[in-house]
Design a protein around this ligand. Structure first.
Ligand SMILES: Cc1cc2nc3c(=O)[nH]c(=O)nc-3n(C[C@H](O)[C@H](O)[C@H](O)COP(=O)(O)OP(=O)(O)OC[C@H]3O[C@@H](n4cnc5c(N)ncnc54)[C@H](O)[C@@H]3O)c2cc1C
Length: 457
């Protein structure tokens, strides 16, 4: 690339060019559907490096992608012909147990934050797969198994160090650049490169009650009824996910379920074991469960249970929305659709309980939009064969039709897999979109950070 020397002279990090042996490994992102060829991948080690990389990209009018964990479903953290700022050399999580604060690198993965916090009996509520990036997850909101008890990840965010489009380092918090801090909590990929996050930590000693009850899909409506009883007005220590899907890979399931449509509720109870026993009695009392794996286990174990099933490289698509209610008609429609997942693919539906601490923060207090929902629902599909692309995408497109009449306001930006001009408006609603636009004009008027659900300046 022309003038590359101007960057490499002072840049302390790593630079990977298309001719370098590590290039193919460096350009890969989590979703196997995404296959792009950047002109340059840079791995900064300091905020000065980040600033240099932004200036370099701007001077050459190169498309700029920013990568933390690389899990963006539509592939926002890579590009063709542009430059990728890969933050994987700016990882790490340091905990101050007295202050109950964690300082986390802009390229860190969730597992690093979980491990560092749990060493002190502390936790920051984050997502459910440990190889997801703290960066993308936090800047979009951060949903997970502790959201009803401790809120979203952004509800525990104290400050962000951000290198802006002009290459300057700013700190955003409730007291410093508060409007920017508002926008970073839900639309954060639009405003700069976050080089560090500070999180307030909550107390959570090592053990939780966690597991799954699973039944053949014919019992989906009965199980949904128990699920609603458990989560609507239930304890905030309970997070639960209701699902319908295929029991795949078949070898992981008992013969009566293997490969067939199933229904399940996964729970995490973060209160004392006796409370968990009491709160989960009705759910576990539905007769005929083929699997009941609910037991006490370390919180950190639960945070890694889905890591292998969601490993890098599979082809993946999803749709999600927030719901006011989960009527039986929706559940029965999903049961039929789950049975129609193309052969060779795996997937299904999952519904997460919202409310509690997530709803205790006013919707207007952060850019994240959707706090008033009772449920978050998603349809996810994963496959490996290129030939299945059309069939799998077609399944995904219509997967949530039955739920449309029950949708509530907002969408979760981090799992909007579609790309298109006006999507951000539907994610945040008109009022917030205009507020975000004013912020974008102030901090990134040239739309340098546009590989995201874009707020157009
Ligand atoms: C397997 C899997 C499990 C998931 N589980 C959950 C879950 O439990 N809860 C949940 O809420 N979400 C979950 N998600 C969605 C996840 O939050 C988003 O995919 C998120 O964008 C991933 O962040 P990342 O850093 O890994 O991704 P990247 O692809 O690296 O980044 C995603 C976006 O954020 C921007 N970005 C990332 N880091 C920075 C930074 N430091 N500064 C500025 N911009 C940055 C990127 O430019 C890009 O636009 C999951 C996704 C996957 C694939």
């Amino acid at each position: 690339m022309k003038d590359l020397g101007r960057l490499t002279d002072k840049f302390a990090g790593e630079v990977v060019r298309p001719s370098d042996p590590g290039y193919d490994a460096a350009r890969v992102v989590w979703n196997g559907m995404i296959d792009r060829y950047p002109a340059l991948i840079v791995r900064p080690t300091t905020t000065e490096d980040v600033s240099m990389a932004i200036r370099f990209a701007r001077e050459r009018e190169l498309t700029l992608a920013v990568r933390c964990g690389g899990h963006s479903i539509p592939g926002f953290s890579t590009c063709d012909d542009g430059i990728v700022i890969d933050l994987s050399r700016m990882r790490g999580a340091r905990v101050d147990p007295q202050a109950r604060v964690a300082r986390v690198g802009g390229g860190a993965l969730l597992g690093e934050l979980d491990d560092a916090a749990q060493q002190h009996g502390l936790v920051c509520p984050v997502g459910v797969v440990s190889h997801t990036g703290v960066g993308g997850l936090t800047l979009g909101g951060g949903m997970g198994r502790l959201q009803r008890r401790f809120g979203l990840t952004i509800d525990n965010l104290v400050a962000v160090d951000l290198v802006t489009a002009s290459g300057q380092l700013v700190r955003a918090s409730a007291d410093e650049q508060p409007e920017l801090f508002w926008g970073l909590r839900g639309a954060g990929a639009n405003f700069g490169v976050a080089t560090a996050f500070e999180f307030r930590l909550q107390r959570l000693e090592g053990s939780v009650t966690h597991g799954v009850v699973m039944h053949p899909a014919e019992r989906a409506e009965d199980l949904a009824e128990r699920y609603r009883e458990l989560v609507v007005d239930g304890s905030d220590a309970v997070w639960a996910s209701f699902g319908v899907g295929l029991a795949l890979p078949a070898e992981d399931y008992p013969p009566e379920l293997a490969g067939n449509p199933v229904t399940y509720v996964a729970v995490l109870h973060s209160g004392p074991a006796d409370d968990a026993e009491r709160d989960l009695t009705a759910l576990r009392g539905l007769t005929g469960a083929a699997i009941d794996s609910i037991e006490t286990k370390p919180y950190l174990t639960t945070q890694r249970l889905s890591d292998d099933a969601t490993a890098w490289g599979h082809r993946f698509s999803m749709r999600s929305n927030f719901l006011n209610s989960l009527p039986d008609g929706v559940v029965s429609g999903w049961t039929e659709r789950a049975a129609a997942i193309p052969r060779g693919a795996s997937g299904g539906y999952s519904v997460w309980s919202c409310g509690g601490a997530m709803a205790a923060v006013r919707d207007e207090d952060t850019a994240f939009t959707g706090r008033d929902a009772r449920f978050w629902a998603s349809a996810e599909i994963q496959w490996d064969e290129l030939e299945l692309d059309d069939a799998c995408r077609a399944w995904g497109r219509s997967a949530l039709i039955e739920a449309q009449p029950y949708e509530s306001e907002g969408r979760y930006v981090n799992d909007v897999a579609e790309v298109g001009r006006d999507l951000a408006r539907t994610i945040y609603g008109d009022d917030k979109y205009e507020r975000l636009r004013a912020l974008k004009r102030e901090w990134d008027p040239d739309n340098v950070f546009r590989l995201n659900q874009n707020i157009r300046p």
